[in-house]
Ligand binder design. Structure first.
Ligand code: SF4
Length: 158
């Protein structure tokens, strides 16, 4: 039909985010989980952050440092997953009431469905170096989603 699979997935994620935001959730910080993909970590960094993101030494070469600071600032949980299986395990272990997830279209689409009925706001990553390596994300979009779940007034949707 001339519409790429990726575009359909983007539309699904946009619709999901819109529906989640229309429900006026109010979540306690300790019940909110930020879930990041491993490909955001600098490819050359040898520090293992999948078990505990706070192992990051904060060198600033990638955005992991900023995400650790963000989670400290709002006192929300944060974790890094290498794929869907680990993401599911992290969700079972942390039992969040809401999730702010960063991922590509494919992982996000399945992740939102797998997490149901937990509400997820999905932020797509950017892939200037191709898929799965040194990916980027606009941290302000993640902050915006955190503030929405925590009940900050009238934030515009991202
Ligand atoms: S900010 Fe953290 S995760 Fe990123 S390269 Fe530096 S030490 Fe590694």
């Amino acid at each position: 039909m001339g519409v790429s699979k990726e575009r359909v997935q983007q539309s699904f994620i946009e619709l999901n985010n819109h529906l989640v935001r229309s429900n006026n959730h109010r979540i306690r910080p300790d019940k909110l989980l930020i879930l990041l993909p491993h490909c955001i970590q600098d490819f050359d960094c040898s520090i293992k952050i999948t078990g505990n993101i706070k192992n990051c030494k904060g060198c600033g070469k990638c955005k992991i440092k900023d995400f650790v600071e963000l989670s400290d600032q709002y006192q929300v949980k944060i974790a890094v997953a290498t794929g869907g299986t680990l993401a599911r395990r992290i969700i079972v272990k942390n039992r969040p009431e809401a999730i702010v997830a960063v991922a590509c279209e494919l992982d996000m689409t399945s992740g939102i469905q797998d997490s149901y009925p937990i509400p997820v706001i999905g932020i797509l990553n950017e892939r200037p170096n191709g898929p799965c390596i040194n990916t980027k994300v606009d941290i302000e979009k993640v902050r915006n989603a955190i503030l929405y779940f925590l009940g900050a007034p009238s934030l515009p949707a991202v």
